[in-house]
Design a binder for this molecule. Structure first.
Ligand SMILES: NC(=O)C1=CN([C@@H]2O[C@H](COP(=O)(O)OP(=O)(O)OC[C@H]3O[C@@H](n4cnc5c(N)ncnc54)[C@H](O)[C@@H]3O)[C@@H](O)[C@H]2O)C=CC1
Ligand SMILES: O=C(O)C(=O)CO
Length: 312
């Protein structure tokens, strides 16, 4: 079995050795421009068109959870990967735990009013504040997939009321489920902390805009862990100014790296990280890819295939 690998920043030698260990008998090579030799599988992140075009592959594995970048490239270059070749993505492979760490730490930060205490500290004021109650701290998670479900689980364990919004209803213990555009307003009405874990699709781009933010409770919080294009950044700044939002924590931005002139950098109630909420854990990813390739070779059912018509 021949496998080609391409990632703009990962250590290819490490991945090749680990993958050959996981799949004894497989020959893995780093793809370089001009390599037209045959291959059965490809592991990719931001691949050049030339790498995949015209190949008779059994499957392609995206080395991340979100497939928006490869799908948008496929829209411009459909010849890159015919529909008949399945595209897989990473399902959790260690990202769920990272998202849980991020979400729990930030929700507790807001819940225990550390943002307010930081302001008081800057004013050298010793001032105990009223506590928030969990009943007034409903967590609303947009996107109840692999990562959204993990985040829901972790916040439930901390005793917060949790609700989710997704395409189809969920029947999860102690979680209120809302589905589809008809139920979005109802989902938002009692949400105090909005956590975004949607995929980037034609339906979800720009979804966190003025009209959505206006439906949240006053003094809400936004945690964007998915993609920057989900949020209209001007509308976000407006919501911070008019009191609808008390704070925002952003891991992702409409342009990355965030341009220095963006007012988000300097806003006192915006915290941010540089798209590190959940990174690919190489060994977990290789274990999943190895198992999936073995399953495909044996004609077994496998998970993680992207539905290209749905966009995720
Ligand atoms: N910031 C970071 O470091 C990372 C961000 N991500 C982002 O997180 C996203 C989610 O990842 P997973 O949970 O693995 O995806 P998933 O495919 O398992 O879950 C997606 C969820 O969104 C819902 N959804 C999709 N379209 C919808 C619509 N139009 N209306 C309502 N609900 C809709 C689905 O029903 C599903 O519940 C990825 O697509 C990626 O963009 C993923 C990993 C790291
Ligand atoms: O896996 C993804 O989709 C990511 O955003 C990785 O940072």
């Amino acid at each position: 079995m021949e496998i080609i690998f391409y990632h703009p920043t990962f250590d290819a030698a490490w991945w090749i050795a680990a993958l050959e260990k996981q799949l004894p008998g497989a020959r893995v090579r780093e793809w370089k421009s001009g390599d037209n030799e045959s291959a059965d599988y490809a592991l990719v992140w931001h691949p050049p068109v030339e790498m995949l075009q015209g190949r008779d592959l059994k499957a392609v594995f995206a080395l991340g959870a979100g497939v928006d970048s490869i799908l948008s490239k496929l829209k411009a270059h459909p010849e890159m990967l015919p529909q008949s070749i399945p595209l897989f993505r990473l399902e959790d492979t260690g990202m769920g735990l990272q998202m849980q760490e991020y979400a729990v730490s930030q929700v507790l930060h807001w819940f225990r009013r550390f943002d307010d205490y930081q302001v008081l500290k800057q004013e050298t004021r010793w001032q105990p504040l009223d506590e928030y109650s969990r009943e007034e701290f409903t967590i609303g998670i947009m996107g109840a997939g692999v990562l959204g479900s993990k985040v829901a689980e972790s916040l439930l364990a901390w005793g917060f009321p949790v609700r989710v919004w997704s395409r189809s209803p969920k029947n999860w213990p102690n979680v209120k489920s809302f589905a589809g555009s008809d139920e979005l307003s109802e989902f938002l009405r009692e949400t105090r902390v909005l956590i975004n874990l949607l995929p980037n699709t034609a339906e979800t781009v720009g979804i966190i805009n003025h009209s959505l933010l206006e439906q949240l409770q006053d003094h809400s919080y936004l945690l964007n862990l998915a993609r920057g294009v989900h949020v209209n950044e001007d509308d976000l700044l407006r919501a911070l100014e008019n009191g609808k939002l008390k704070g925002a924590m952003l891991d992702v931005f409409s342009r990355e790296p965030l341009p220095v002139e963006s007012p988000l950098w300097r806003h006192p109630r915006v915290a941010m990280t540089p798209h590190i909420a959940a990174v690919t854990r190489p060994q977990e990813a290789i274990t999943y890819i190895g198992k999936t390739i073995t399953g495909l070779e044996n004609g077994e059912a496998v998970t993680g295939q992207v539905d290209r018509s749905r966009g995720y």
